[in-house]
Design a protein around this ligand. Structure first.
Ligand code: EPZ
Length: 422
């Protein structure tokens, strides 16, 4: 397992290119199952999760070809041979559940292994099940697999989600495109990745309205055709790299960054005393006035503060002036970065879903362990600011969601290198 060694204390200056969104790509790729025509995705990120989704789709008989060094994916489902998503693939990546809706919509059946929990929570799929049942499918859990069938096809319905779920909204949206009649998805997730999926599906011939609001309406059609679709910018990668010049001091332009994707996050940076400027090519973040002001954070569904940026914000708050309270309202166990940050001298008091952080003058480098994707990058950020050397182990978590993180940061002056493990 690889590790990453960071020697802190260097202000960062330069440019960081922001890639296409992992969480958009992971729902756009299964959309190929909705048509037998080719679907081409451009601006795709080169991440291990994308490779895992490719393997899953290929196990169903789909063709997935990486072009232009992985920046373009050509997908085709004209020769699907199976509707069974095996546990050995699904257990590696929860987003595998996103083949459920498309398989049901196009073939009337699906066998999808339950993903199982992950470090940040139990991650149930009951809302995915509820949505498919509302569309007329029958689902039964047998030996760890969801067996779904809709022999008479799916029919439009009102799907009223009791809580906001990104993945369940995506499954419902994809399935509804081929259902007979009209579907109304209420309390829908409003994330930019949902909007991006709707845009791609519409380019494929789907009839969708209201994406980005809490109510999405879909008029089912008989079939969809192919399309070419650019994956939206990754707002989580963007937010993460915006914090690098803040926690180290310096100035970095995030190429491709868009303020509308991270408005709630940018508001918190503004409150903390950080200058964010829109440029013709992205977002420039500069900070030269020492420690930021402590701010409080509550994670919420979009357009609220994103849970996927909570760990990174906590790393910044560890070096802030004052006390900040971070409340994690989306996942039940998403503070595993806290004990690792405390090894670096951070002062954090965790009780349930609330972490109280008292900023310190300087963190000190230490050996730490990545536990999940976003926790791992928060440790890198802390290492950039810390005195001395930080060694982050188990960085395979990092490679799931961040493309060449050490190269992008080194290009801005960071003292960071990857150490290949056994
Ligand atoms: C997506 O996960 C993202 N993953 C997550 O990013 C992100 O943290 C999350 O949305 C919230 O924004 C992808 O898009 C691949 P949810 P998802 O369904 O869809 C509960 C990352 O770091 N819930 O919106 O799984 C669930 O337990 C990852 O890139 C149910 O109870 O999230 C959670 O508490 C981590 N039943 C809440 O809803 C269900 O059937 C929100 O989950 C589904 C979810």
């Amino acid at each position: 397992m690889d590790s990453i060694r960071v020697t802190g204390g260097t202000p960062l200056h330069g440019e960081i290119p922001i890639a296409g969104a992992k969480n958009a790509c992971l729902t756009l790729m299964p959309a190929t199952l909705l048509t037998d025509s080719p679907l081409t995705l451009t601006n795709t990120p080169r991440l291990s999760d994308i490779r895992t989704m490719s393997v899953l789709l290929q196990s169903l008989g789909a063709e997935v070809t990486g072009l232009q060094d992985g920046r373009v994916l050509a997908l085709s489902s004209h020769a699907i041979t199976s509707q069974r998503a095996d546990y050995d693939i699904v257990r590696k990546m929860r987003a595998s559940i996103l083949v459920l809706g498309p398989l049901l919509a196009r073939w009337g059946r699906a066998e999808v292994s339950l993903p199982g929990g992950c470090a940040i929570g139990a991650r149930p799929v009951d809302l995915h099940q509820m949505a498919m049942e509302r569309l007329g499918a029958e689902l039964e859990l047998r030996e760890g697999y969801l067996h779904a069938s809709a022999p008479a096809g799916l029919r439009g319905a009102v799907i009223d989600f009791p809580i906001v779920s990104v993945g369940a909204t995506e499954n419902a949206l994809m399935a509804a495109t081929l259902a007979r009649g009209t579907t109304e998805i209420r309390n829908a997730a409003r994330e930019p990745e949902i909007v991006d999926l709707a845009r791609c599906l519409r380019a494929m011939g789907a009839r969708i309205g209201g994406e980005g609001t809490s109510t999405i309406t879909v008029e089912g059609v008989d079939q969809l055709h192919g399309a070419t679709h650019p994956v939206v910018t990754d707002r989580i990668e963007l937010g993460t790299y915006m914090l690098a010049p803040v926690i180290t001091g310096g100035e970095v332009e995030c190429i491709g960054g868009r303020l509308d994707l991270i408005a709630a996050f940018a508001e918190k940076l503004d409150a903390a005393g950080v200058t964010v400027t829109e440029t013709p090519t992205g977002l420039k973040v500069s900070h030269h006035s020492g420690r930021v002001r402590a701010v409080d954070v509550v994670t919420e569904p979009f357009p609220g503060f994103p849970t996927d940026l909570q760990a990174q914000m906590m790393a910044l708050m560890c070096t802030a002036e004052g006390e900040s309270v971070l409340e994690e309202r989306i996942f039940e166990n998403r503070f595993m970065h806290a004990p690792e940050l405390m090894r670096m001298g951070a002062r954090i008091d965790v009780h349930g879903g609330t972490a109280r952080v008292t900023g310190v003058e300087r963190l000190r480098g230490a050996p730490v362990m990545a536990t999940d994707l976003r926790a791992s990058v928060s440790l890198i950020l802390a290492g950039l600011a810390a005195e001395g050397e930080t060694l982050v182990s188990r960085v395979y978590h990092l490679d799931r969601g961040y493309e060449r993180v050490e190269e992008k940061l080194r290009a801005c002056g960071a003292q960071i290198e990857r150490i290949s493990g056994t």
